[in-house]
Ligand binder design. Structure first.
Ligand SMILES: [Zn+2]
Length: 229
């Protein structure tokens, strides 16, 4: 099961998008299998222990309780599985439709869109209204998946910087190319290819790279890159 999970997640942790640097890849149970922090009497979702639909390919930073060596902040999912309303919590095998999980599920396309990233390297909720459900979901997920661990912030900050450099190079090539230079055309093609690779799902932190590129979307050539798949 693990090699298959690795393949469908492009060898990236499903939560933080890291490839090798957070190492020790493991399979996380989205619903914890042996205990639930929010519900002390709960025995865990033991019946989902071997259900592939409950598996997420995850690094240990996202999956286990950790303390950030730099900031001292705590995070990591461990047995956390908060719901909007505890009364809907399922304690025995059966339909899970009564549960409304607070944690974002990285395999749900719309959930992933509730996060965004900034040039300071931080992950933040896309929704700014703190009273709204989407804000709360993103906020607690950032905390429990350790998404603002200091190493991750550094990597994202560097990535924003790399995107900016490519965009600046691209601007120069673009205007020279418009003036008829063939070497500028080659340079421009290279920059576009590199930016495509950075926002490709297969690349580490592609969501952060996409957020960085979006800040330049006034340029038509950037809009073309963002629009392509
Ligand atoms: Zn991770």
């Amino acid at each position: 099961m693990k090699p298959k999970l690795k393949q469908v997640s492009f060898s990236k942790c499903w939560y933080c998008e890291s490839k090798e640097i957070r190492a020790d890849k493991a399979v996380d149970h989205f619903r914890p299998k042996s205990a639930v922090f929010e519900s002390p009497s709960h025995k865990g979702y033991w019946w989902l222990a071997f259900d592939w639909r409950n598996f997420r390919y995850s690094c240990q930073y996202c999956n286990e309780y950790r303390i950030d060596a730099v900031s001292g902040a705590t995070g990591g999912k461990a047995t956390r599985f908060p719901l909007f309303d505890e009364r809907g919590r399922q304690t025995v095998p059966g339909s899970l439709s009564s549960e409304r999980p607070l944690l974002l599920d990285p395999v749900v396309r719309n959930d992933v869109k509730l996060l965004t990233f900034y040039a300071d390297g931080m992950a933040r909720p896309r929704e700014s209204n703190k009273r709204l459900r989407n804000y709360r979901r993103a906020k607690i997920s950032i905390e429990l998946y350790n998404l603002n661990q200091s190493d991750l912030q550094d990597l994202r900050r560097a990535l924003f910087h790399q995107v900016t450099e490519r965009v600046q190079d691209g601007d120069v090539y673009y205007s020279e190319h418009s003036g008829g230079s063939t070497s500028a055309k080659t340079g421009f093609t290279r920059v576009v290819k590199e930016l495509h690779e950075m926002i490709d799902q297969k690349s580490s932190y592609s969501m952060a790279a996409r957020a960085a590129l979006k800040s330049y979307k006034k340029r038509p050539w950037i809009r073309d890159i963002l629009a392509s798949k």
